[in-house]
Design a protein. Structure first.
Length: 316
């Protein structure tokens, strides 16, 4: 009896061990609700967002998925610096030195006795200073004659500054003709003219007609810096204004005289003066051309002839 109990106990132990082994096997092969066994289940890798996923070790020593930041550039990596912008092209805003625009203005020059000598001062456009020409009208005329005959415009076109004056007793100046005072008037007019910044005082001329021719020659005697004189119908003596003495004092400077043969006194005086002239000289004698500035109406080429003379004697 005692032996049977021992055998039964042994059988119960074996049976109990067998049951435990079956439960363990069942637990090891159990499947979750999605139908995949725990062991051998395929691993799903999540798609990256914007950075790759690295496996790193966390503080507990376990592998953890982390986003790796973009690598910072090392200090030795070359730095690309964009080239500097090209320099802006230089713009020349400076005005041409001494550049002028054509200009004409009325001027007033005070005489020794306070008389206001009226004049017209004009200069061309271009680069100053310009050679200058003083214009002296006939007896009974005025400075406007030089514009009416086209002389002033022709001089300006050829690059000359011009001063035309009304001598005392004439035009806008008024007063009475006093030729002894007129000589000083013209010296003051000349000083005013060459003091202008547009006028080259070293390149100047005087053009005069009739008594203005006589006054022009005497002005040149008083101003040795004047390069040349052009005399239209001069006389040996007009109203006490003489030329024979003056032409001798004029010296070696160039002298151009124009007259018309029928204007006998002017023609004879012109021949006498050209004979007395000591330097370069030229006498242009017309026939039937009239007296003084009237010759421009009859001889259209006279203006160009005068300008050619000025080019050689002043500008050249």
């Amino acid at each position: 009896m005692h032996k049977k109990l021992i055998h039964i106990f042994i059988l119960l132990v074996i049976a109990l061990a067998a049951c435990n082994s079956k439960d363990a096997l069942t637990s090891a092969t159990a499947t979750p609700s999605d139908g995949y066994p725990v062991e051998g289940r395929p691993t799903v890798t999540p798609l990256p967002d914007s950075y790759p996923v690295d496996e790193t070790t966390n503080e507990a020593g376990n592998n953890a998925a982390t986003e790796s930041e973009p690598a910072e550039p090392t200090s030795n990596a070359p730095t690309l610096t964009p080239p500097p912008p090209p320099p802006e092209p230089e713009v020349d805003t400076a005005a041409e030195p001494n550049a002028t625009q054509p200009n004409s203005t009325n001027v007033v020059i005070e005489a020794s006795d306070g008389l206001q000598i009226q004049g017209t001062y004009a200069y061309p456009g271009g680069v100053a200073p310009f050679p200058g020409v003083l214009l002296l009208h006939m007896l009974g005329s005025n400075r406007a004659i030089w514009s009416e005959t086209g002389v002033m415009d022709a001089l300006l076109r050829d690059g000359y500054a011009v001063l035309a004056v009304d001598m005392r007793g004439h035009g806008d100046t008024g007063g009475t003709p006093e030729w002894s005072l007129a000589e000083d008037d013209l010296l003051r007019a000349w000083d005013f003219f060459v003091s202008q910044p547009e006028v080259d005082a070293a390149k100047t001329a005087v053009i005069g007609a009739s008594i203005g021719a006589n006054m022009g020659l005497r002005t040149a005697v008083n101003q040795p810096i004047i390069n040349t004189v052009v005399l239209l119908s001069p006389g040996l003596d007009y109203r006490g204004v003489t030329t024979e003495d003056a032409v001798t004092l004029y010296g070696q400077r160039p002298l151009f005289i124009v007259a018309s043969s029928e204007d006998a006194y002017a023609a004879d005086s012109s021949q006498k003066l050209i004979d007395l002239a000591q330097g370069k000289k030229q006498l242009q004698l017309y026939d039937g051309a009239g007296h003084g500035t009237a010759m421009f109406d009859h001889e259209p080429g006279l203006i160009e002839l005068i300008i050619d003379w000025l080019r050689e004697s002043v500008s050249g």
